[in-house]
Design a protein around this ligand. Structure first.
Ligand code: BES
Ligand code: ZN
Ligand code: ZN
Length: 471
């Protein structure tokens, strides 16, 4: 799809008209709007215009043009133009319009026997604004393409089925990406994990027919201002293990690899945007299977940080994998340490399906991260730690338990569990991101199609871009 920014008019098959002012009489031209009241969509075939009601925010721009693309595709329209009014930030107005167009192209249909026979008809989109800076607009377009491409790459991994996408698939994809984007890539397996004392990670892998994989990708620009380390939960399937998930809750657990998939997407995008940071992506990949070798509730595991963990529930496996991966990550001496994981159902219950939970010890860093990413397109919310919740993961026979003694505050008690593996010198540098809600949603929402959304990618890329601009 060709998206172009222009500061002059252009001929196209159709025109998309954003309706902000519900008084339709103010619109130039002679239209018969029938019952249309300025909200939702109105397609005027005779005048070749599509009217869509919008609000004054970036997401609304993206959502509106996404909807428009879907409608134009349905009617086999080849090109359209859209003259838009810039919001506060010109760069961001174009960025979000481009997001809407590019996200509308994503489909996961490889298992449909009858694919859309016709190639998508929509080929050209012209974004027109006669007042804004052309360089800003073109930079936004360029960035949107790189980001949307990275998001699609991530979505394809998350959407892939659990019998096909296993730990070694992560290895293959990481190696392929490393070659293409000139990244360093190290891959470790069970022997190394044993040698390193990563017994928490290994326990989760025990019943799997596939090896555990710890994958470490590095992007190093010529001049780097900071070392930023990402850790992603890569559970290619989460059955719950012996603490088996009920059938209804097991479905969609192919998406338990979303954290790792997003971390891969982030390093891909960061290297293509040439961000001025040394970025590491660490993936803990395995599935949580069930079988005679399964680790068991009542087991005690000695983690890489030498913290002993009483297993009370084998379905709280993500935090075990992360505990050892976070330990490995801290050896890299990060300036910032971020983990991304579909960690708790409690986070989904608390925040809803569309929002990422942000946790950590450094309130200032969390506030800064939140403020910088407020307009990233992804929703996030800070969940604050408190000492009372910390009490709930104490164990009588080990240092901590992998599940809390109360079901209240489950997202935060999982975050507090991870905090036990963060060394003193990195406490203030760490943010845990629980993406269990938005990573995979079983309906279309905003500019996201059914299934994987790539949530967390725009959030983190926006943070990195803003950080780079502020330093
Ligand atoms: N992968 C799940 C969390 C999850 C739930 C992700 C729903 C996406 C949607 C995680 O491994 C898990 O099972 N967590 C348990 C923890 C509990 C046993 C303490 C949960 O949230 O129920
Ligand atoms: Zn689980
Ligand atoms: Zn899980």
């Amino acid at each position: 799809m060709k998206i172009e920014f222009l500061n002059k008019d252009k001929k196209a098959d159709f025109e998309l008209v954003f309706v902000k002012d519900k008084n339709l009489k103010n619109l130039k031209g002679d239209f018969d709007f029938g019952n249309y009241d300025g909200s939702g969509e109105f397609l005027d075939i005779k005048n070749q215009k599509l009217f869509i009601g919008i609000e004054s925010d970036y997401n609304s721009y993206a959502n509106a043009i996404y909807k428009a693309c879907k409608i134009f595709k349905k009617y086999n329209i080849k090109s359209f133009k859209c003259e838009f009014e810039s919001l506060e930030c010109e760069y961001r107005s174009v960025l979000f319009l481009a997001y809407g167009v590019l996200y509308s192209e994503y489909e996961f249909n490889k298992y449909k026997s009858k694919k859309d026979e016709k190639k998508p008809s929509l080929k050209e989109v012209y974004l027109i604004n006669k007042k804004i800076n052309e360089n800003d607009a073109n930079e936004a377009l360029q960035n949107a393409k790189i980001i949307a491409d990275g998001v699609s790459f991530t979505k394809d991994i998350i959407n892939e089925i659990p019998s096909v996408y296993v730990s070694t698939s992560f290895e293959e994809d990481a190696l392929k990406l490393a070659k293409k984007n000139k990244l360093e890539c190290k891959v470790y397996s069970n022997d190394y994990l044993k040698q390193e004392g990563m017994n928490a990670f290994l326990a989760v892998n025990r019943a799997s027919e596939h090896p555990a994989k710890l994958i470490h990708l590095t992007y190093k620009p010529k001049k780097s201002k900071k070392r930023i380390v990402y850790v992603g939960k890569g559970l290619t399937y989460d059955t719950g293990g012996l603490s088996l998930k009920p059938a209804d809750f097991m479905r969609t657990m192919k998406a338990d690899k979303s954290g790792a998939s997003s971390v891969l997407g982030i390093i891909k995008i960061a290297s293509e945007l040439k961000l001025p940071y040394e970025i590491h992506a660490i993936i803990g990949a395995t599935d949580n299977a069930i079988g005679p070798k399964s680790y068991k509730p009542d087991d005690i595991l000695i983690s890489r940080e030498k913290v002993s963990i009483e297993v009370q529930n084998t379905d709280a496996e993500g935090r075990l994998v992360l505990a050892d991966c976070l330990s490995y990550a801290q050896d890299l001496k990060p300036d910032l340490l971020f983990d991304m994981a579909t960690l708790t159902g409690a986070c989904v219950v608390g925040l809803g399906e569309y929002t990422t939970g942000l946790m950590g010890n450094n309130e200032e860093l969390l506030a800064d991260f939140y403020t910088k990413t407020k307009n990233s397109g992804d929703y996030a919310c800070v969940l604050h730690f408190n000492p009372h919740l910390k009490e709930l993961i104490k164990s009588k026979i080990a240092d901590i338990t992998n599940t809390a003694s109360s079901r209240y505050g489950g997202a935060i008690t999982a975050g507090l569990f991870l905090d036990n593996f963060i060394r003193k010198e990195y406490k203030d540098k760490w943010i845990h991101q629980d993406i269990a809600g938005p990573a995979y949603v079983e309906k279309e929402w905003g500019i996201h199609s059914f299934g994987a959304s790539g949530a967390g990618i725009r959030l983190n890329i926006d943070y990195l871009l803003k950080l780079a601009r502020s330093e």
